[in-house]
Design a binder for this molecule. Structure first.
Ligand code: AMP
Length: 359
């Protein structure tokens, strides 16, 4: 066990790192953030920070020497930096897990290898392979970059008339994955934590609505049949076990119109669809991560309120003031000084405490 007073290293300076640091400090831990920007959201609340590029080996080595355990708040920490930290200190979840989640092909191949269903997919390396894959999978289909894609970046929908050359250039990467289009009834996610002793704790499945490929709203718990929710939880726990996870894992899934579950993506870190747990659960996803990587027992994932979480994206951030007047709304702002379209500036969680009727 890593006792309170120890230092947790967080790779990445965004809002997830900020909320990890806040949860860590409540349990008496210090946080040292590695970020590329001096005023990054996580840097503002951390005890210490290294401001450097992930490609700077001396800065990464100095960071590793200053911490007791490391975790990532950001999907695309370069593998070389991760390995450099891992050579000196435990990195949890393990770098091998992060490398699977960073690569959509490895991720889908891994999921298939452990018996988890995904959309049909093909590995495509040029416009000719893309054309052949589109003939096999049918249209519409979704072309995605294999690496460095998030929030729909590097994603192109191949409709009936889209030319493979055009789609390839719009994707803008040297390696792609073509996925069959899933005509889903809804999108859900399950967040699961696993301790170093193998203990598992899953949060209820939640329902996610995206606008412009960016998460807009999470409804917790998801309004799905109990057997589908139970199956989603079983899948998430199975993946965490097979990955030998220590830490936290978010599993994004599609529920098809026939009630089947297809896994879309894994994120081995706290997830935007778990922000509601801060205000509505006995243990937040951030505290759960701290507990898992420090070797503490996991906390209860029970929720004492239902919740609807709305992201404040770009200029939506101006809604924070009105939300403060709502008694059941909790406002979270990430300390970002510059607003950009598509940028996650904060979120609002609206609670319906159990035992009280919805407004
Ligand atoms: P991703 O970057 O894979 O998380 O995709 C972002 C969003 O695009 C998802 O949350 C879905 O709303 C949509 N999407 C991604 N893949 C597919 C697919 N194969 N079929 C239908 N919609 C998809």
């Amino acid at each position: 066990m890593l006792p309170p007073g120890s230092t947790i290293g967080v790779l990445g300076g965004g809002q997830l790192g900020r909320m990890i640091a806040m949860a860590a400090s409540r349990l008496g831990y210090r946080t040292h953030v590695f970020a590329t920007e001096p005023d990054a959201p996580a840097v503002q609340v951390a005890a210490a920070a290294t401001i450097a590029s992930f490609g700077d080996p001396a800065a990464v080595a100095g960071f590793a020497a200053a911490i007791d355990v490391a975790t990532c708040e950001f999907e695309n920490v370069p593998a070389a930096a991760l390995r450099r930290v891992a050579a000196k200190r435990p990195v949890l979840p393990r770098p091998e897990i992060l490398e699977i989640a960073q690569d959509r092909l490895r991720e889908k191949n891994f999921l298939r290898s452990i018996g988890v269903a995904t959309a049909d997919f093909r590995d495509v390396a040029d416009p000719d392979e893309l054309a052949a894959a589109a003939r096999e999978l049918g249209r519409p289909a979704v072309l995605k970059t294999v690496r460095l894609g998030y929030d729909g970046k590097g994603q192109v929908l191949l409709g009936a008339d889209t030319s493979p050359e055009d789609a390839w250039h719009r994707m803008g990467a040297a390696h792609g994955i073509l996925e069959g289009f899933v005509d889903f009834a809804c999108e859900i996610s399950v967040i699961v934590a696993r301790g170093s002793d193998g203990a598992l704790a899953a949060y209820p499945a939640v329902e996610n609505r995206h606008v412009n490929h960016i998460l807009d709203t999470t409804i917790a718990p998801a309004r799905i049949a109990p057997d589908i929710a139970a199956e989603a939880t079983r899948i998430a726990r199975h993946i965490a076990e097979r990955l030998d996870l220590v830490g936290i894992l978010a599993v994004e899934m599609f529920v098809t119109r026939s009630g089947a579950i297809l896994v879309n993506e894994l994120a081995a870190r706290p997830h935007n669809s778990g922000h509601w747990t801060i205000d509505a659960c006995l243990t937040s996803q951030f505290e759960q991560l701290v507990r898992a990587i420090c070797g503490l027992p996991l906390g209860s994932t029970e929720h004492h309120a239902d919740a609807v979480m709305t992201n404040l994206i770009g200029r939506d951030v101006a809604r924070w003031r009105a939300a403060l007047d709502e008694p059941n709304a909790k406002v979270h702002l990430y300390g970002k000084t510059r607003t950009r379209p598509g940028r996650k500036m904060g979120h609002i969680t609206r609670l319906v405490p159990h035992g009280r009727a919805a407004p």
